[in-house]
Design a protein around this ligand. Structure first.
Ligand code: PLP
Length: 393
């Protein structure tokens, strides 16, 4: 059939360029050591930075939340689906991470992808100039497109180029959008400088802290808290599927921004609220993250990060200088990167190969993602596997 032939050709084209993606199936919970496709492996693929995804306190909270509130929310937030679990979580989030604005309020979502579509479509529209870092996450790119704003991409973290673009713009409304921690580089955005620019040019600054929330800053309050920033221009996005170990996301900002989103953001209004049990589990995780156990896990993670940087510097490939749990090793070509990942896999190390369009062409890489659940022995095994792979390459 002709229609299928077109797709077959498309798939063959991806394959020829080393761009076919395949899923692996985990038989056990997300953890440092897991069974994947029936084999035992050491996992360096997850974003479970604090090792909380299978923590007994979270799994118990999820179960208790389901017993108390049921399995599903039953509707959208504005039509019956907003539960006490969501409401409590919003209050806790505003108190935990909202210290960067007066009158902070939080709005929860079922995923970070949705929260990003909602924030950008609520704050930007036709005629808005939206300035976006070239390495921003796909959900921000899609949110910018959906908003119909005039999107201007600035070179990665280049605040001088951004200044020139802001000065040249006479748009009546402006929004600057950035990842706080860039998901495929692990680098941190120049947030203090971005806040200055947002204030000088009357722009919103939307900061997506998917990879910093829970990990960075005092008590894990995130990248904005780490940089000790405070500004009414800030709109903060955090997600719960990564360090928090559960699912969902939130936007935190001044209460008026949140009220506007609640009234206007279609990706908030026209979707079923996340299961209340998930919100209940996130609340349990926040308590853990803010407490002593969270502190201990962040300390261990910091030590693992330091050790991994030493290990990667001794390989023949190009590590990206990253201070976070995302430790990329740039290899270059797609096939080369896949071959190296396969080599590590043969040694029981699951390290994903990241290729275009997730990263720019020619910068395919291994993305080593660390978790407080890893041990130094896991890193020693990774190092040995990298040495063997380097010898055979
Ligand atoms: C993972 C991620 C998201 C999406 O969050 P989900 O909850 O997985 O939908 C958004 N932004 C960044 C930077 C991310 O890494």
């Amino acid at each position: 059939m002709f229609l299928l032939d077109t797709l077959h050709e498309g798939l063959a084209g991806l394959d020829a360029r080393g761009l076919t993606r395949r899923r692996r199936t985990a038989d056990t919970p997300c953890a440092a050591h897991m069974t994947v496709d029936g084999r035992e492996i050491v996992g360096f693929a997850s974003n479970d930075y604090l090792g909380l995804a299978a923590h007994p306190r979270l799994t118990e909270a999820m179960a208790e939340g389901a017993r108390r509130y049921g399995a599903g929310s039953g509707g959208s937030h504005l039509l019956g689906g907003h539960s006490r679990a969501h409401a409590l979580l919003e209050d806790e989030l505003a108190a935990f991470a909202g210290g960067f604005v007066d009158a902070p309020r939080a709005l929860t979502f079922s995923t970070g992808y949705m929260s990003n579509l909602a924030a950008l479509t609520a704050l930007a529209g036709r005629g808005t100039a939206l300035f976006s870092d070239e390495l921003n996450h796909a959900s921000l790119i899609d949110g910018a497109r959906l908003s119909r704003a005039d999107v201007q991409i600035y070179p990665h973290a280049d605040t001088e180029a951004l200044t020139a673009m802001l000065e040249a713009s006479d748009a009546p409304a402006k929004v600057i959008v950035t990842d706080a921690v860039f998901s495929m580089d692990g680098s941190i955005a120049p947030l203090a400088r971005l806040v200055e620019l947002a204030e000088r040019h009357g722009a919103w600054l939307v900061v997506d802290d998917a990879h910093g929330f829970g990990v960075l800053g005092p008590r894990g309050r995130g990248a904005v808290a780490q940089a000790a920033l405070r500004s009414p221009h800030l709109v903060y996005l955090c997600t719960f599927g990564k360090a928090v170990g559960a699912a969902g996301a939130a936007v935190i900002a001044h209460e008026t921004v949140i009220e506007w989103m609640l009234q206007r953001a279609r990706p908030y209004i026209f979707t079923t609220a996340a299961p209340p049990a998930a919100a209940h589990a996130v609340s349990a995780s926040l308590a853990l993250i803010a407490g002593e156990e969270g502190e201990a896990r962040r300390r261990h993670l910091a030590a693992l990060i330091a050790r991994t940087r030493e290990i990667l510097q001794r390989t023949r490939w190009r590590p990206i200088d990253s201070p976070t749990a995302v430790q990329p090793l740039v290899i270059g070509g797609n096939d080369e990167t896949l071959a190296l990942a396969a080599c590590l896999d043969a040694d029981g190390m699951w390290v994903p190969a990241i290729r275009p369009p997730t990263v720019p062409a020619g910068t395919s890489r291994l993305r080593i993602s660390l978790s407080a659940a890893h041990s130094f022995d896991d890193l020693a095994r990774l190092q040995a596997a990298l040495v063997r792979a380097g010898e055979s390459a």
